[in-house]
Design a protein. Sequence first.
Lengths: 360, 390
Amino acid sequence: MCHVDALYIQGMFVMNKLLIHSFIITLVVTMLSACGSGGDSPPESLPPESLPSEPLPSDIPQSSYSLFMQQGLVTITNSPDTNFGATTLSVWGFASSENPLAGTKVIPGTTINAEIGNSFTVSVKNNLSATHNFNIAKLPADEIQPAMGMPIAMGETVTYTITPTTPGIYLYDDSLNNGVNRSLGLFGVMIVRPEPIHGNVVWEGGPGYDKEVTWVITDMDYPNWNQIALSNGADQVDTTRYKANYFLMNGMNGFQAMQDDQTTIHGQVGETILVRIANAGQYSQSLHFHGNHFQVISRNGIQLSDFENQDTINVKPNETAMVLYTIDQTGHYPMHVHTAQLETGGGVYLNGTAAMIIGE
Amino acid sequence: MKNMIINNSLLPSLILTVLVMTLNVSISYAEKIVPEIDLTAGAITLSVTSITKNMSDNGEALEFWVFCASGTGGGRMCNSTTLPSPTLTLTPNSASDITLNMMMAPQEDGRMMMGGSTYSNPYIGHTIHLHGLDMETQYDGVPETFQAEPINNGSSVDLRNGFTYRINSDPDNIRVDDRYIGSHMYHCHVHTVKHLEMGMYGGFVVKGEGDKANWINNSGTRFDEEWIMMLSTVDPAYHTSAAQGDSDIFADYNPKYFLINGEEGNTETINPQLSKIVTLTQGQTKNLVIRLMGIHSTNAIFSITSGADRIPFTLYNIDGFALSTPRTETSVELSPGQTKDIMVTLDRSITYNPQIAFTDLRNNEPMSVQYSDGTVVSSIVKTELIVLQN
């Protein structure tokens, strides 16, 4: 360790005055946003100026969804502070198209948007080797047909009909191999909203909001789970040991997620943002928001009536939460996991679980 | 510095040793005393200095970095050094300034090696993040969102070098009001994966003003005694010189020491510095607030036992904000970055064991660690609360 005087320190920092919101990401970004950006779109260099006031096309419920279990890649970008960290992770995912183009995002899987009471179908095709399955956690058995969890053999498709009755965020996954299949990326979320006639409320008679973001977080023990599963089969992974070294926000490393307009909490002073959170990983993640406290309105599908004010929320594996964050001052603020080692990706700082909060 | 008040910190030693005799027991008692600084009394300056602690595995020596109240001479002039750093207190709506003096501060090396070549380490310097106070961007202590502010001569001051953090400085944007009466924290926000592990944290308590000074929150519920429990975990590898900048070491966290107020403990032996005595007169009842502050990097579960019994307590605040309805609990979880204020009522002579089980992020179970001589140590840290009624 060094001991230096103040003047020296000041000089050292002349070259390091980049703000997060002005980072220029010069790396090839192969994971694109879930709202359908083209594969050749340039990477964003600035944070979003605003979130759309109208629902995104991807938020409008569809009458049918097709999920394709595919192999894919997650591209981890460099830290702009140190130029370390770039790598590519091989993963599995519930892709939105069959044989997706290289670079198409596969994790988290396609977001299923639904309204209470309206039926829709989800066709799940297994394009991987070995048998897989499909489950939606916390969804009552009588709201999905046929029964969840049935084996889906290689090349087979199973079509489910779903009629949800309770608004919220639901985590879906492949539950086989003691969590290995989910850990490799076979997960996504289903968001169920009340009927539009009720306006922007989380549930009928529940709290209102102005905008919304969804955070699906996960972690990966890349050498001991991903690489073993991909080379020898998921059933060959020693699941008694797990030491995650990558932590992803919406399928992105921290420096990408902090630039992603669909991940950023962004609004005017006075606006309230609904944040839906799902942890598809193996580790608890303690998420700390700067700038303001938030209200916890739902945990694991249970709608709360006594909203507690917190600045940190621990979301355990397979758990979900919904919080309301009201922007009460201007400025740029981070949201980051406070479990400090989870702030890294392969040991590279701020390439773990993170997002930005922007008040205007 | 003339306005600074440091309670208990002028003692030659921070450790008070008291021998308590009762009819049947002799108790060696040495409660850890962490200095408390009242920010309401005026602006303060904090410096950073290094300390070395000998840990329980064969005296393993580890370097820690701590904030300390100082004069103008930097870390060498600190009045005292403790892990955790001094507790800061403030009353709602009060303005106060905290200046970070970087003179002689220990920090990461400016040049690092990776793959046979050198690179400039961006993670030198330090900041102060007032955790839970929801500060403005410029006073939030996050170098990635704010770097400098202009000063009078037209140049600028780097956030990580001599910056002044101003609390409630804008009358149109008072950040710390009555809602914040409760427990918060402060810590360095530079390269937190390294600097939190190194010990750069302390408690921050917002206390009611005047006759509200012993309110647990703005509801009016009073406490008589308080006990801060700052949770932290230590992986010795993170304390080495190789763990600087970006390093593979940070991808492999192996907590070996589990601390409350900077002190170790396990299920076999109660560390005397993790003990507290509360005395009652005949017929007296006292409310003890325990301020749980989580700067650790595992999950954690707090409970109070007495023999085989679990003692109920009341949870009043989470992250420094009052619950609308306090809850009676027999255990609460505390995750990294959280604070919780609980209260227990003491009404007779008894010994309780408030304790923390530091638990695994994957399965939420207590961990065990093997020392160099083969000894297996639990991650459950017990403290001792001795209630003596005269």
